[in-house]
Ligand binder design. Structure first.
Ligand code: SF4
Ligand code: SF4
Length: 384
């Protein structure tokens, strides 16, 4: 790369290429936590910083926008993907865009969420390595410097960033944190998903030579934000460790979710990102075993949030009347030790009363054991 050109670019854009430790040095097996997570209080501090940012999104974004915006940098706020597409159409018209360079969509949740490939196809915009416009998915926005973290980007991407006439960046509102010092820790956390510990990354602050547009997209995340108990789910780094250990997800896979989001965190977020009607059932795709929490580098309280989400849906009337009646009844019976230690025939009768006939027809209801675990345990203790 030409040195003058490179230095001039550095004036406005900071590039950090990670120390090359060789492929796989952070690749984890069985979702074990790497040492840097166990030992490093940096992760604790980054977690606190992410939580602080989610709690103060308005301040973070006003700080970020002031730093990022400039002669060549603009921010577009988008409520949903329709907003994004309307603005993109105007940009295409203004810049007479015929081709776009799109990175591997499978690695970018935001592109899959937007369905960007289908939009470009419908607009008859061709995909090309040297597109008139370059699209980038943003991994994090830093409000202290107004910079963008672009993971998995190499020298080539850096050249592209500065050579293109127009760069367009896409980020969702939960991808912001107050301090750019967290870039490296974040990269290491996410390396589990990408499978590449030595991924290069760029901290981009804009450049003098080209136009940079940043879309900051809500797409129903403010609906999650309304619920204080569920906010932490927005700090998830989407590293994928929890999916690899979740017994339910490992059994059912992604297909039943029929969505870009699937797995333990989706069990919390999907009913709010979509609708209660279509996704309330995913809150029950969980046995509350806690394995996800053991491997989460950000120690997200996934079980608590799933239980809170179930409660919110119950309170907000998201459940059918019958379903609500059943859950309320179970809520009364399950914590009642006397009833649970009682006759198994009575328990079965009670259960059948609260299961819909449709459910009873389509499921095999297992019989209760002769004695409850509690009774057996007591007897065993008494007999020494
Ligand atoms: S607590 Fe729920 S989401 Fe987490 S691993 Fe267990 S079943 Fe999966
Ligand atoms: S919840 Fe934790 S383990 Fe699961 S994807 Fe998010 S950061 Fe990773």
């Amino acid at each position: 790369m030409n040195n003058d050109y490179y230095n001039s670019f550095l004036e406005c854009s900071e590039r950090v290429i990670s120390e090359n430790k060789g492929p796989g040095s952070f690749c984890l097996k069985n979702a074990d936590l790497p040492d840097f997570v166990k030992d490093n209080c940096k992760v604790e501090r980054m977690k606190a910083a992410l939580n602080r940012s989610i709690e103060n999104l308005d301040e973070e974004f006003s700080r970020f926008e002031k730093k990022f915006s400039g002669k060549h940098n603009s921010v577009f706020w988008a409520v949903d993907y329709n907003d994004v597409f309307e603005s993109l159409k105007k940009l295409f018209k203004f810049h007479k865009t015929k081709t776009v360079r799109l990175p591997n969509v499978n690695n970018s949740t935001v592109f899959r969420e937007l369905g960007i490939k289908y939009f470009l196809r419908d607009e008859k915009i061709e995909l090309s390595e040297d597109g008139d416009m370059q699209f980038f998915a943003v991994d994090l926005m830093f409000s202290d410097t107004g910079s963008l973290l672009l993971l998995n980007n190499t020298n080539k991407s850096l050249e592209r960033l500065s050579n293109a006439r127009t760069n367009v960046f896409f980020a969702t509102i939960d991808r912001i944190v107050g301090c750019s010092d967290w870039a490296d820790v974040y990269r290491q956390i996410v390396s589990y998903r990408t499978g590449c510990a030595s991924q290069d990354y760029i901290l981009f602050r804009g450049s003098q030579n080209c136009n940079n547009y940043l879309f900051i997209i809500d797409n129903q995340r403010s609906n999650l934000l309304r619920h204080k108990d569920l906010r932490q789910s927005m700090t998830c780094a989407d590293c994928g460790r929890c999916k690899d250990v979740c017994p339910v997800f490992q059994t059912i896979g992604e297909e039943p979710y029929n969505n870009v989001f699937a797995g333990p965190v989706a069990n919390i977020t999907l009913p709010y990102l979509e609708t209660f009607e279509t996704y309330r059932h995913v809150a029950y795709a969980c046995t509350l075993c806690g394995r996800c929490e053991e491997v989460c580098p950000l120690a997200l309280p996934i079980r608590d949030m799933i239980v809170d989400s179930r409660q919110i849906m119950l309170n907000e009337g998201a459940l059918e009347k019958d379903e609500r009646k059943r859950l309320n009844a179970l809520h009364k019976v399950l914590p009642n030790r006397k009833k649970m230690n009682g006759s198994r025939f009575l328990k079965r009768r009670l259960l059948m009363k609260y299961l819909s006939s449709e459910y009873r027809r389509s499921h095999h209801i297992l019989p209760f054991s002769k004695e409850s675990f509690n009774t057996m345990y007591k007897k065993k203790s008494e007999n020494g």
